[in-house]
Ligand binder design. Sequence first.
Ligand code: NDP
Ligand SMILES: O=C1O[C@H](COP(=O)(O)O)[C@@H](O)[C@H](O)[C@H]1O
Length: 491
Amino acid sequence: MPSMSAIDTFDYVVFGATGDLTMRKLLPALYHRFRDKQIPETARVIGAARSVLSDDEYRDRADKALRRFVKPDALDEDLIHRFLGMIFYASVNGAEADSTWENMTRLFDDSVADKIRVFYLATSPELYGRICGNLAAKGLVTESARVVLEKPIGHDLDSARAINDEVGQYFVETKIFRIDHYLGKETVQNLIALRFANPVFARLWNADAIDHVQITAAETVGVEGRGDYYDHSGALRDMIQNHLLQVLCLVAMEPPGSLDADNLRNEKLKVLRALKPINAADVQHVAVRGQYGRGMVGKEIVPAYLEELGEGRQSDTETFIAIKAEVHSWRWGNVPFYLRSGKRLPNKVSEVVVQFRETPWSIFNTKLEPNRLIIRLQPEEGIQLSIMSKDPGPDGMVLRPANIDISFEKAFATRYPDAYERLLMDTVRGDPVLFMRRDEVEAAWTWVEPILKAWKEHPGTPHHYTAGSWGPDAARTLIQETGHVWHEDMK
Ligand SMILES: NC(=O)C1=CN([C@@H]2O[C@H](COP(=O)(O)OP(=O)(O)OC[C@H]3O[C@@H](n4cnc5c(N)ncnc54)[C@H](OP(=O)(O)O)[C@@H]3O)[C@@H](O)[C@H]2O)C=CC1
Ligand SMILES: O=C1O[C@H](COP(=O)(O)O)[C@@H](O)[C@H](O)[C@H]1O
């Protein structure tokens, strides 16, 4: 995979330039790359949205966003000033052919034909096809142009296919970058290193040695200002269909022949296609959905989901989900993969827990805990291996679990770039290895679709959980049925 070396100059056009994602993630990511001298000063960032703003008015918003979302120690007045000078704004409705496209096209009048041009679509996905069609009709899609599609790609399999078909009319697959920011996280990429650069794990990575795997993405936040989007989406679409399934793929895939994009993505695709299909009758046994009520996260009393949505709103959208998945392959036999994600949980933590099988026989009086490999994706990125160890002392062979603990922060003493920094640079480089191919996205939708359908046909109320707890009791029961416990309950 490529390193963070200087990249060629480019024009980066962001549709959705006034939105939350651009302000919170994209502009800070570009600023950081500029600060590290990766982006040349001849590059341009062109914001596009319907709001009518001058370049300076938009720069003013960008300035505020940087001061709010970049850590103070990375803010430098001279750098900010120079970075803002690279930003332009075009007021245009990307979905309308007869909108004010001249605001954008004039910015390219003098542009060199082969300058790299990236169109990043940070709008609602229903607009992707129309925006691409209009870009093509206005002559903006040059040989060196590529398009970045934010997740979610669609709302279900049909809409994902429709978006892929539409965008595919204007960009060939190799020029389409479907972003899943989890793949840009250093620790998620490190799963590949852990598995394929360390034979000690490689030889144990199968059903003979592994009892089960837990993949958790827990958040303390609620839906913040994104209630309208979230209520239409829910945790299954928002987190499982993309981020957690991508992590599962990296944990479960066979070794790719190389790190070439298609080799890697072919292996991930095989995992998605090997997931045991969930039929309608199974849904209630393998998937638990929950919605948070009022509670306490840390020291803060927080409102219920319905209160956050707004007065009088009713909703059966899930803010928590736990699923038992199985990968039907020789390697994984009957190893359950438990996936779990939720908002308003006690801690912000994303992790993979690989629990190994118990010893076949014990010569000790102490109960032996199974070995566990905990890959902490965020925060406090690192790896922990819990092993049974002799308790020091004269009392004989008393054993207790102890941890081999690697903190990446201590081991590598470096700043962890935000996932978007890496991914945005890859879109300029034209490197698709950390982006989802069309068939992967559609395979992921194919797997989650029966759950979505079952919930639609039998709406029911999601299980209640109190904000600040680890989700509904039913999630505990789901995993206990196969004799397992969630990681936080093991302690
Ligand atoms: N926010 C986040 O943390 C994440 C967001 N995403 C995805 O990114 C996308 C954007 O999310 P977010 O920033 O939160 O959304 P927002 O609602 O905050 O922003 C939407 C943006 O799109 C612009 N817009 C809407 N319609 C048009 C149009 N017809 N032509 C041009 N611009 C338009 C809006 O500006 P205006 O009204 O001025 O046109 C605004 O800038 C969504 O697909 C979301 O699911 C994915 C992961 C995380
Ligand atoms: O894509 C999304 O991810 C975030 C969680 O990302 P993380 O990097 O903080 O783990 C989630 O809050 C949001 O709802 C979802 O759309």
